[in-house]
Write a protein that binds this ligand. Structure first.
Ligand code: COA
Length: 161
């Protein structure tokens, strides 16, 4: 019997730099993926200041993206998102490895990220990639009731395969 993964064999996708023309589609993906989505202005600012911003493009258009800042020997993963219809196909992991590899190849030693304590899918992905939890920020995120803690994760990029 075919599994969910078998029903869409060999999905073709590629990474390319994000441009301002992508922002309406990214806004759609943000709204479907996050309870508190980033605004268009935040993405526009990330592009303007030169953060590493990439999109996952398929024949159906943009289906994912990531934003990474780099400076002072550190990278910060600011966003990583895959369209709901394409999750659990390994694309998030490949996207994550691609942006981390970009930073490592530019001499960056450590990558950091914050993630909601309740975000089990993302935490599993980060742990599988080798990130270790190095702290927490209490009440860092907006939540529907009160605030939610962020967990802070770090990865030494030299340990990437
Ligand atoms: C987190 C996210 C990017 C993962 O993307 P994805 O393409 O589905 O991830 P992958 O298929 O590459 O999964 C890689 C690993 O992550 C973990 N994982 C992914 N989704 C999971 C889920 N729903 N539950 C548990 N583990 C999950 C698993 O360890 C998985 O490995 P496996 O498939 O071998 O078990 C995606 O769920 C997403 O866009 N979520 C909404 C936005 C978000 O929360 N981003 C992170 C902000 S910090």
């Amino acid at each position: 019997m075919a599994t969910a993964r078998d029903e869409m064999p060999g999905l073709a996708w590629r990474l390319r730099p994000m441009t301002p023309a992508d922002l309406p589609r990214i806004a759609e993906l943000e709204r479907e993926s996050y309870a508190f989505p980033w605004s268009d202005q935040i993405f526009a600012d990330c592009l303007r200041v030169g953060y590493y911003c990439v999109v996952v493009e398929t024949d159906d258009g943009v289906m994912g993206y990531s934003v990474l800042s780099m400076g002072a020997g550190e990278a910060h993963l600011l966003n990583l998102c895959i369209a709901g219809s394409l999750r659990r196909r390994g694309i998030g992991r490949e996207l994550l490895l691609a942006v981390l590899g970009h930073a490592r190849d530019r001499g960056i030693r450590d990558a950091y990220l914050e993630v909601r304590r309740s975000n089990r899918a993302a935490i599993a992905l980060y742990q599988q990639t080798g990130f270790e939890c190095v702290g927490q920020r209490r009440g860092y995120y907006q939540a529907h009731e009160g605030r939610e803690d962020a967990l802070v994760y770090r990865l030494e990029l030299g340990t990437l395969g």
